[in-house]
Design a protein. Structure first.
Length: 184
């Protein structure tokens, strides 16, 4: 059985650690061009993506990407009807090894792109987590990047799982967009 060589996460969050508003929609305030460029560049490095049923990158390249869609609606693994190059995956019924094998992959990079459940599922396993922050944006009652937010901050949860921050990078100073890559 094979596993990915690396597992990395990519998320943009508000000041209060949210990835979407209370209705589950990513607001325009989190759709910043500099972050989208970084996000798409990182997706191009991945052998496969992991996301939940309401997450995904969209855009013209989405159909060519291999992916695992986390769900509790299947017992273990099943083809994702209508989604090319995708498998539905329930981690309670099939291991990551089995899911990776089902995609026909060996080694390489697995990138987690959301939502809260998938991001949380991999907290103990990330080799790196790319956390963009849209400063000045708050989404009270929104969907958090990880389970446990609040009361914890995303940075607290990443640190508690053994990841350490690299220096903060400004992706777009005018928009208040910064990036911190956390590595094991």
């Amino acid at each position: 059985m094979a596993l990915p060589d690396r597992i990395e996460g990519l998320a943009i969050v508000s000041d209060d650690g949210m990835i979407a508003d209370a209705s589950g929609v990513q607001p325009e305030a989190l759709k910043l061009e500099a972050d989208q460029r970084y996000f798409r560049h990182m997706l191009d490095q991945a052998a496969a993506l992991v996301h939940g049923k309401n997450s995904g990158e969209g855009g013209p390249d989405a159909a060519r990407r291999t992916r695992l869609i986390l769900t509790h609606r299947v017992a273990g693994l099943a083809p994702a009807s209508g989604v090319p190059r995708a498998m539905l995956w329930n981690p309670a019924g099939a291991s990551l090894n089995e899911a990776w094998d089902a995609l026909g992959l060996s080694g390489r990079l697995l990138t987690v792109i959301g939502g809260t459940g998938p991001f949380g599922e991999f907290l103990p396993r990330y080799d790196a987590f790319h956390l963009s922050r849209a400063q000045g944006v708050r989404l009270p009652g929104g969907m958090p990047v990880f389970p446990g937010i609040p009361p914890a901050a995303p940075e607290d949860l990443l640190a508690s799982h053994g990841l350490k921050p690299a220096p903060v990078q400004a992706l777009d100073t005018a928009a208040g967009l910064v990036l911190t890559v956390w590595r094991r």
